[in-house]
Ligand binder design. Structure first.
Ligand code: S3P
Length: 173
């Protein structure tokens, strides 16, 4: 097993943080959630960064955070849903480690994001607006997510998903 970064990528609500924790534990790696890293560094919540500085600023901060974290080793990083899709981020990800795309259906993302209050891009949307947002945004983001080294269907129970990922990582090495 190489000692590079392992990146979890995928849409909001695809389970990147939950599986990231479990994966880091299984591999005895450090775990970093990029949104938490940014919040700690900026001393602001993601929602407040969006509100006070706008999305463009957030994307710059996010790209800088990725650049910093990409220099680390033995680390599992759960990225933000938009991380691979802005600036040169997918190249940084591909050059510095192994990337895993957690692929979920629109329906399961919709179920998981329905009650999300803390995500500025999906909070305050009606059910219909949310479903449309997921469908449209996923269709533009997919081309970035698909560049991951490993793709895994993530609409499954966590223990099974973890087993599938560990198996794919060992085949990837
Ligand atoms: C975003 C996803 C969020 C967070 C921000 C923007 C996106 O992360 O980075 O709200 O553009 O999809 P999660 O995917 O961890 O919710």
């Amino acid at each position: 097993m190489s000692a590079k970064c392992i990146y979890l990528i995928g849409f909001m609500g695809s389970g990147k943080t939950t599986i990231g924790h479990a994966l880091a534990k299984a591999l005895h790696y450090e775990f970093v959630d990029m949104d938490h890293y940014i919040e700690k560094q900026q001393q602001l919540s993601i929602a407040d960064i969006f509100m006070q500085q706008g999305e463009e600023s957030f994307r710059l901060i996010e790209s800088q955070a990725l650049d910093q974290l990409s220099k680390d080793k033995n680390i599992v990083i759960s990225t933000g849903g938009g991380t691979p899709c802005f600036h040169d981020n997918m190249s940084i990800i591909r050059q510095s480690g192994v990337s895993i795309y957690l692929k979920c259906s629109i329906d399961s993302l919709h179920q998981r994001l329905k009650h999300s209050q803390e995500r500025p891009l999906v909070s305050n949307k009606s059910d219909k607006e949310l479903k449309r947002y997921i469908r449209e945004t996923l269709s533009t983001r997919k081309e970035f997510y698909q560049k991951a080294d490993i793709r895994v269907i993530a609409d499954v129970e966590i223990a099974l998903l973890l087993r599938k990922i560990l198996k794919k990582i060992s085949h990837n090495n």
